[in-house]
Design a protein around this ligand. Structure first.
Ligand code: AMP
Ligand code: ZN
Ligand code: FE
Ligand code: FE
Length: 280
């Protein structure tokens, strides 16, 4: 049984539409796929409608959070998307992302790069993010690839054309998801190549707030880092997951490049009270 609990579709910054993603997942031999687009559940319906037999769909999202000025990502699964407090917060975050992406696009436009907000919107099917601005820069020949855009001269964090977006404190996010019947896993907790990471004390506070697991097996973690995280998860009584963080052509990772043990998956799902896992 192959379980992949972290993937993106065109509902955020992946390049595979949700209905195609579930078919590709089945073809790749997966038994369980979680769809976790950034701050949105807009891809769930298309994925559910196209769900092939033999694949279970876990509806989720990857929520952009912050703590002490450090940006971090929280995977949230099986929460009730209509729970008012969580729904309002996620709507707010999407509105803020949109306003911020528009400001960044207009700054790029004003400097004569050829980037337009109209084009960036075309490139974004759902939640707009910096990868869409990066695509616009690639099309215009300013950078060779997405990574080339995440630099100080372009749209890297605190870079020339970077604008902050509204972020939610991770402890509040964990409580909001729990109140909506969902379960949470700290995504790529030690991905130091993306920027500053939080220390173990913060992870302990997250566990205290109701966090269920740590995403240990992820392409951003070297083997020694994974060992340390596994030890920390054991100390804090947290579940351990692994996942691909698939983004289609936007990242060089394959579906199920990292996976979650069945026992861990079952314990995670049994802790949720919001939504059911879908099966065709
Ligand atoms: P945003 O959420 O709009 O600020 O964009 C951040 C997203 O861009 C992350 O979730 C990653 O998917 C992607 N990203 C961040 N840093 C890099 C990088 N150095 N190279 C490629 N993609 C990145
Ligand atoms: Zn992404
Ligand atoms: Fe992430
Ligand atoms: Fe992700």
């Amino acid at each position: 049984m192959i379980v992949d609990l972290h993937t993106h579709s065109t509902a955020s910054d992946g390049t595979t539409p949700p209905d195609v993603l579930v078919r590709e997942a089945r073809e790749a031999g997966l038994s369980v796929l979680a769809l976790t687009d950034h701050d949105t559940s807009v891809g769930w319906a298309a994925a559910a409608d196209a769900l092939p037999s033999g694949l279970a769909l876990v509806r989720g999202a990857e929520i952009s959070c912050v703590h002490d000025g450090i940006s971090l990502h929280l995977l949230a699964y099986l929460y009730d998307p209509d729970e008012p407090a969580l729904a309002a917060t996620l709507q707010d975050m999407r509105d803020s992302r949109r306003a911020r992406a528009e400001r960044m696009a207009r700054m790029l436009e004003a400097d004569g790069t050829g980037v337009t907000w109209e084009r960036v919107q075309e490139l974004a099917g759902g939640t707009v993010g910096r990868p869409h601005l990066a695509q616009a820069l690639i099309e215009l020949g300013h950078v060779a690839d997405i990574r080339g855009a995440f630099v100080p001269e372009w749209i890297g964090t605190r870079g020339r054309y970077w604008v902050p977006k509204r972020d939610l404190d991770v402890l509040d996010a964990i409580r909001l998801v729990a109140a909506a019947g969902g379960v949470t896993v700290f995504a790529h907790p030690a991905a130091s190549s993306r920027g500053r990471i939080v220390d173990e004390e913060v992870i302990a506070q997250m566990a205290e707030a109701g966090l269920h697991g740590l995403e240990v097996d992820h392409y951003d973690h070297e083997p020694e880092v994974r060992d340390a995280l596994r030890g920390l998860a054991a100390d804090l009584g947290l579940l351990v997951t692994g996942s691909s963080d698939f983004h289609g052509d936007n990242k060089p990772v394959e579906l199920a490049e990292n996976t979650t043990a069945v026992e861990m998956y079952e314990r995670l799902v049994s802790a949720a009270t919001g939504l059911e896992v879908l099966a065709a």
